[in-house]
Write a protein that binds this ligand. Sequence first.
Ligand code: KIV
Length: 241
Amino acid sequence: MLTAYDFPTARLLDEAGVDILLVGDSLAMVVQGNDTTLPVTVDEMIYHATMVVRAASRALVVVDLPFPENHLGVYQTVATAAKILKRTGAQAVKLEGGAEQADVIRGLVSAGIPVMAHVGLRPQTVHVMGGYRVQRDADVLLADALAAESAGAFSIVLECIPSEVAKMATEKLRIPTIGIGAGPDCNGQVLVIHDLIGLTSGYVPGFVRQYAQVGEEIRNAVTSWNQDVKQRTFPSPSESF
Ligand code: KIV
């Protein structure tokens, strides 16, 4: 699974064979330039998810429920998730939470909305967690993951937890685990696309492997074009009518 927020990127990821495109609320940070994921709204998630769904011909598209939508009661969460699915054509939602979100997960699933849960580091609770830290309480993590599974989640993201805890959770659960900063023993892996391709400005977490430096490529290309325009070598006769 990789995050995607726009049509051209989603199309490339879909063509490359990525199984799940996540319209993550990380778009608040990597696209909108905020310090946390908290500011992004439901309508902004819908705007981006619509482009991703348009591009996806085979991948499953999952949309994050942005803060604080899944904390407003089961009725309100079902209404928001249904609005996202109806407006975008996406197939599932993801929400941050485990045991304390079990009722919400159950309500969504009984309304026919597939739910991916997300435990461990939950960026929407950054202010309570006191920062983006590795979550090490194995008992809490396993209880959260099992509660999400019992409530009907079809899959679960494990973020920033020790590898051995992720391994234990993956062995105990029947639903697939998808890890980010959770070691090699999860069933699948997820990264933020901007981190993977080197388009993130600033801090890149240690669990990321960068496969390209697209930011550098863009900077070099634009610098060359800017020079060519100023030196009047662009456009050439062959690039003119
Ligand atoms: O919003 C997001 O991008 C996520 C992934 C990091 C799992 O939740």
